[in-house]
Design a protein around this ligand. Structure first.
Ligand code: SAH
Ligand code: SF4
Ligand code: F3S
Length: 440
């Protein structure tokens, strides 16, 4: 018997990269690889990268630099770069770090086994094509293993929206939806392996328009209703959504589909209409607020989350104030805010930039407001009973941790529950990032 080769994968960026890393590990499993948690004993190191902000992209080169010693000690070690930096920078990566053996863009992962074999033969392998075939169908590899109670499932990929600041349409390509029957088969397979909650993923997941089993075009809501019928699947979530694709049937599903969790990530980016227009977002602050009113009418307890960019080119103090006003009005359970990062090749990169110190100051003010809102909402959970899906043992003996329907982290001391159980928990205390409760 040959000893298995060891694969170390490090994942950056969004949930879609997490999903892709799992698929790549499975595909390389077919090539005799097993995963390892450290680069030190690896035969192959694969970085699954993110290009969304400059810092994220540059981090990859310093990370690669750290592997120089390992590669010198072990010339057989193969180093690969996957993900959005691979797509955006391609050959440039091998030029800057000649020890890299393999560069593979997100749409070419099904070619990874064959590319790995080429590196074993001493060649360099680069593939950043946008091929036609369904990479996920061809990525099936390893025998089925039992897994934890939550899983990601990519249903849609790519983006046609071209927001003026964003690299995703360039790194992930045009919007593509996977067919319904393949998604359902994958969901059933996940449930057989112990999964109870599935988060459907897409860069614009609510623009989903995959082919149904009868050839008709499905909306995301229709897909959710089919998943609702999968026995053993208890919870459905989806991310990330664009305000313009929140269709009526999807809003309605939030009120009527009991497996669909009351949590919605709906990025708005700015509260200023001038900035939203320059961002090419094609919605206004007011249309976004009215949309949230409709969503809350369907599901009053839904927890909203969002993304914000501060310091977008030409953003004034008044524009920024409009963002603060919008945040005050929505009351987010979670919100992620970023300082604008100039991305080469995007239209906003050409516009007059905001003074970095000013942008830093705005980011701090926005984050202060968001933190206060989050804390208020966490505190308001005390005394309420939520349903918790238990995912793992907590840090203390006998403690179990999981997530509520609102995605709050909840832990319970001496919990008479197992991993994968869903149980009602009365919240007794709120800390900065988690809630404590007792089984009700
Ligand atoms: N598809 C999602 C978001 C994808 S990127 C959407 O349309 O909302 C995730 C988040 O990164 C974005 O919501 C945005 O807030 C942030 N982001 C994207 N490009 C950025 C840039 N150039 N600088 C700073 N933040 C950026
Ligand atoms: Fe980027 Fe805009 Fe597409 Fe979201 S909708 S991925 S922010 S271009
Ligand atoms: Fe980053 Fe690519 Fe996701 S740029 S956020 S890894 S789609």
């Amino acid at each position: 018997m040959t000893t298995p080769k060891k694969l170390f994968i490090k994942t950056y960026g969004c949930q879609m990269n997490v999903y892709d890393s799992e698929r790549m590990a499975e595909a390389l499993g077919g090539q005799g690889y097993v995963e390892t948690q450290t680069p030190d004993d690896a035969d192959m190191i694969l970085l699954n990268t993110c290009h969304i902000r400059e810092k994220a992209a540059e981090k990859i080169y310093s990370e690669l630099g750290r592997y120089k010693g390992l590669k010198a000690d072990k010339p057989d070690l193969k180093i690969g770069v996957a993900g959005c930096v691979a797509q955006a920078e391609g050959q440039e990566i091998m030029r800057r770090q000649p020890m890299v053996d393999l560069v593979v863009g997100p749409q070419s992962y099904h070619r990874l086994p064959e590319m790995e074999a080429r590196t074993r033969a001493g060649e360099k392998a680069l593939d950043t094509d946008f091929p036609e075939e369904d990479k996920f169908e061809k990525l099936k590899g390893r025998p089925k293993a039992q897994r934890g109670p939550t899983a990601f499932l990519t249903v849609q990929e790519g983006c046609d929206k071209f927001c003026a600041f964003c690299v995703v349409p360039y790194t992930r390509g045009a919007e593509v939806s996977r067919p319904v029957d393949r998604i359902l088969a994958e969901a059933r397979d996940l449930v057989e392996r112990g999964v109870r909650e599935i988060t459907l993923l897409g860069q614009n997941v609510n623009a989903y328009h995959g082919a149904g089993p009868d050839g008709s075009e499905y909306t995301l809501a229709k897909l959710i209703w089919d998943l609702d019928k999968v026995d053993g699947l208890e919870r459905i979530r989806f991310t990330t959504s664009h305000p313009n694709d929140m269709t009526d049937d999807l809003i309605e599903a939030h009120g009527t589909c009991s497996k669909l969790m009351p949590y919605l990530h709906l990025p708005v980016q700015s509260g200023s209409d001038t900035i939203l227009k320059r961002m090419n977002r094609s919605h206004t602050a007011d249309s976004y607020l009215r949309l949230i009113e409709r969503i809350r009418a369907a599901r009053p307890d839904i927890l909203m989350s969002g993304d914000f960019i501060v310091g977008f080119p030409e953003e004034t103090e008044a524009d920024f104030q409009a963002t603060l006003d919008l945040v005050e009005e929505v009351k987010y359970g979670y919100a992620y805010s970023f300082k604008y990062s100039t991305r080469p090749g995007t239209p906003a990169a050409e516009r007059p930039q905001v003074d970095p110190a000013e942008a830093d100051d705005r980011l701090q003010r926005l984050q202060g407001l968001i933190t206060r809102q989050q804390r208020d909402i966490q505190n308001s959970m005390v005394g309420r009973t939520v349903n918790v899906l238990f995912e793992k043992p907590g840090r203390l003996p006998g403690q179990m941790g999981g997530k509520s329907e609102y995605l709050h982290a909840v832990h319970v001391a001496d919990a008479p529950v197992g991993i994968g159980d869903i149980a009602p928990v009365r919240i007794v205390d709120a800390a900065a990032n988690s809630l404590a409760g007792v089984i009700d």
